[in-house]
Design a protein around this ligand. Structure first.
Ligand SMILES: [Zn+2]
Length: 243
């Protein structure tokens, strides 16, 4: 129990670590830097989905669960995207959050649930916790750029840095809950792990291609953004290789 709690918490808190970076951003970012950071995050998430989540899903479940999970991830995000623009945020909040930012925040929060679940199940399945630690670490690694991304999107909505940091951290904290659920309900949810990992990957790929890449284009910084995307991929590959 101790291990799963510590592992899930550290992994989830890595979201906050990424979000913490926004507190150090001076003033408002220049447009060029914002585009490059979005592209960099897209690269990290791409590598995490392709080299970590999907291979893990294949090794635990094979091709069919991967295909099903991935497509469900895409389907759910499509549905969310259609639903979000109709939400009326103006009445109960002073803050106007545009649908794009809402989609990114909601998608990251949602896909953290299966990520936490797989951390919990991994701890439960392996008594000497090696697998648990490994999965917690891999998930934690891709949580950091996601936390940063959420905070960045919220800051762009004129939300103050501190509030953006808190909300971004909270989107990760949900993994602690789903991690513990996964641990205690392992015998019921074990079969869901490959689907969950593929779902998380599908949601990430959707966000990357649908929001992050287009957001980083169209303002004249396509080339530096492209370099930044590729450096993000390399950075993640290096982290996966080194650790
Ligand atoms: Zn993720």
């Amino acid at each position: 129990m101790d291990n799963v709690f510590v592992g899930s918490t550290l992994s989830a808190m890595s979201t906050g670590l990424g979000a913490l970076l926004v507190l150090f951003l001076q003033g408002s970012l220049t447009h060029k830097w914002k585009d490059m950071l979005l592209a960099f995050t897209a690269g990290i998430m791409m590598a995490a989905a392709m080299l970590s989540l999907i291979p893990e899903a294949i090794s635990t479940g094979g091709l069919i669960p991967v295909a099903v999970g991935l497509l469900i991830g895409v389907l759910v995000l499509t549905t969310m995207e259609k639903a979000i623009p109709h939400m009326d945020l103006h009445h109960n909040s002073k803050l106007e959050i545009d649908p794009k930012a809402m989609l990114v925040v909601a998608a990251i929060t949602l896909h953290n649930i299966p990520e936490g679940l797989s951390v919990g199940v991994s701890y439960a399945l392996d008594q000497n916790t090696d697998t648990g630690n490994l999965i917690a670490f891999a998930i934690g690694l891709q949580n950091a750029p996601e936390g940063f991304l959420v905070a960045l999107f919220l800051m762009n909505q004129k939300m103050n840095k501190f509030k953006a940091f808190i909300i971004a951290t909270a989107t990760g904290a949900i993994e602690i809950v789903s991690g513990l659920l996964g641990y205690y309900l392992t015998s019921y949810v074990e079969f869901l792990v490959p689907y969950g990992l593929a779902f998380a990957a599908g949601a990430m790929l959707f966000i990357i291609y649908k929001e992050l890449i287009p957001e980083s284009h169209g303002d004249g910084y396509e080339r530096p953004s492209t370099y930044s995307f590729i450096i993000g991929i390399l950075f993640m590959i290096a982290l996966i290789e080194i650790i």
